[in-house]
Design a protein around this ligand. Structure first.
Ligand SMILES: Nc1ncnc2c1ncn2[C@@H]1O[C@H](COP(=O)(O)OP(=O)(O)O)[C@@H](O)[C@H]1O
Ligand SMILES: [Mg+2]
Length: 238
């Protein structure tokens, strides 16, 4: 078996007395697309924050390509190739689309300005924002904001990309567009962990689903298996 890109082992995260993530363990292999599901408050975003270094776990270890990275700060994680998007996109609203991507490349990966600009141009094409490159971020509609959010993380050249809710707020015609984009990103050999509520995205885009409830992993498997799991149905409808 190859060394996983990511190994999460026995991770706990508490907020005061509240256990947000409880004894969570899973591996992610290179090239996989993992879906992370669970009802609101299940601990999905907290888990992402722990992996991305925004929160230190109270116990447990996180390994990236076999190296212990537990508790490293976010900028170190980013330099290693671990990147994340936010549930609510966080661009610099007064900068243009292009400037936002350049800034992400410079600060996220420590690229020089000229390399960052070169990288930004490539990323603009990938996410389909070339024509909007000179618009200010606060003039973008929802789908373009999502594209920009992806562009900003892609500009940091991640190995592991964690996405917190891509399809939320998008309509029926926009969802296939983000599905295509996800596929394209994965074909760039980027491993993906995706938090998502939209079932169409889960069943079409992911190789394996991990379901959380009350901080714990309650199921893991192929989308079709997981959707039939009684514990999962209970967590959502029980
Ligand atoms: N910074 C924080 N401080 C205190 N409690 C938090 C914080 N972030 C999340 N929580 C709590 O942790 C639990 C898990 O939240 P979260 O990870 O956001 O869940 P999800 O993303 O699955 O909806 C919730 O009960 C939430 O209120
Ligand atoms: Mg969340």
């Amino acid at each position: 078996m190859k060394t996983p890109v990511l190994s999460v082992d026995g991770v706990h995260k508490y907020f005061g007395g509240l256990a947000a993530v409880v004894d969570l363990s899973f591996d992610v292999q290179a090239g996989e697309v993992i879906g992370l599901m669970g009802p609101n408050g299940a601990g999905k975003t907290t888990l992402l924050n722990v992996i991305a270094g925004e929160y230190k776990p109270d116990s447990g270890t996180i390994k990236f390509k076999g190296h212990d990275i537990t508790g490293l700060p976010p900028h170190k994680m980013c330099h290693l190739g671990i990147a994340r998007t936010y549930q609510i996109p966080q661009p610099f609203v007064k900068l243009t689309v292009l400037q936002n991507i350049v800034v992400a490349a410079i600060f996220g990966r420590g690229l020089s300005k000229s390399t960052a600009e070169h990288e930004a141009a490539k990323v603009l094409t990938i996410v389909g924002l070339s024509e909007k490159k000179d618009m200010h971020a606060d003039d973008l509609e929802e789908i373009s904001l999502k594209r920009l959010e992806l562009a900003r993380v892609l500009a940091t050249k991640p190995t592991l990309l964690m996405i917190d809710e891509l399809a939320a707020g998008l309509n029926e015609t926009e969802i296939p567009q983000v599905l295509d984009l996800l596929k394209e990103i994965n074909e760039m050999r980027i491993t993906i962990i995706l938090i998502e509520h939209v079932m169409k995205v889960m069943t079409k885009a992911v190789d394996r689903i991990i379901v959380m409830d009350e901080g714990m992993k309650i199921a893991e498997g192929k989308p079709t298996e997981v959707m039939k799991n009684k514990k999962v149905i209970g967590a959502y409808f029980g």
